[in-house]
Ligand binder design. Structure first.
Ligand SMILES: [Zn+2]
Length: 290
């Protein structure tokens, strides 16, 4: 942030935050982003390893690539192996999300409360696990398309593994997949037939593994935000909180959210949107006034 931070407060009622208060609030966001980054990398790693296992399973079963289709009605033995890997991926990622999201505190009770709260987070009326399950299903279908295309092109298994890992976040730009799109009607794989388009998924990346990473990071950010909510609400010396921008880019949403908010309204604790770097400083009542 350029220039000095300007805090406008009614100093007859509230204590002006010290430089250390401001620094601590900024540190909280820096740490949150650091953990979100590590979590994202670890989720990515799990997906890379999972993709490799699934490529190897599919190559081992040697099914006609034009017929390759991941569903329970198709080659039961292969599908059992694939769904075991997917279950494994799901549990590992879920554990990582809980682990990094609750690193916001050492307090055991707080961690339990946060974990219970997180479990219910999800898209629409789905909880965290169900939401992750939905994103991983898309990821699996991305891999189905890539594997069908690479097997059809005669790509050896080791090269297929290398390719799917290198293109994990851009499956539909793999040259073999692009080639398969031209003969889409001959295939059964969902996203070769649709030429990579996922219908009806507004606001999501067209790549399952990208959505899984983003979902993990967003869950962590929301949990760290929830932690502040609980901390503020439990502390009766806190009168409210002051929100400041932590980045310079233009954002009316963030700008409108800056300033003092009373403790009765905790809805303004950042982040206001993904990538929001705003931070909030708890504001105490002036001494002798509580
Ligand atoms: Zn913001």
């Amino acid at each position: 942030m350029a220039g000095a931070i300007k805090i406008k407060l009614d100093t007859s009622k509230y204590r002006t935050p010290t430089d250390e208060d401001i620094a601590a609030a900024k540190r909280f966001i820096r740490l949150r982003e650091e953990y979100a980054g590590i979590l994202g990398e670890r989720i990515d790693q799990v997906q890379h390893e999972g993709a490799e296992r699934i490529v190897r399973i599919c190559y081992r079963y040697n099914i006609d690539p034009k017929l390759l289709y991941f569903s329970s009605g198709f080659n039961a033995d292969m599908m059992q192996e694939i769904s075991d890997v997917m279950d494994d991926i799901e549990q590992t990622i879920l554990d990582l999300i809980y682990e990094y999201s609750t690193r916001v505190t050492d307090d055991r009770d707080r961690i339990s409360a946060l974990a219970a709260w997180m479990a219910l987070l999800g898209k629409g009326d789905r909880n965290l696990r169900e939401t992750l399950d939905g994103y991983l299903y898309k990821t699996m279908k991305d891999w189905e398309a890539a594997i069908a295309a690479m097997r059809y092109a005669g790509t050896p298994v080791a090269d297929a593994v290398t390719r799917i890992k290198a293109y994990l976040h851009s499956i539909y730009t793999i040259p073999e997949v692009q080639a398969a799109f031209k003969r889409w009607s001959e295939f059964t794989a969902t996203y070769i037939r649709s030429r990579g388009v996922q219908y009806g998924a507004v606001g999501l990346s067209n790549n399952g593994s990208t959505n899984v990473v983003n979902m993990g990071k967003t869950t962590l950010q929301m949990t760290w935000r929830r932690f502040l909510e609980l901390e503020y609400a439990d502390d009766d010396t806190i009168a409210g909180y002051y929100v400041l921008r932590g980045s310079n880019y233009n954002c009316d949403w963030c700008d409108d959210n800056t300033g003092f908010w009373p403790i009765e309204d905790l809805s303004h604790i950042p982040p206001v949107h993904p990538h929001c770097q705003c931070f909030s400083i708890p504001i105490n009542f002036k001494e002798n006034q509580t």
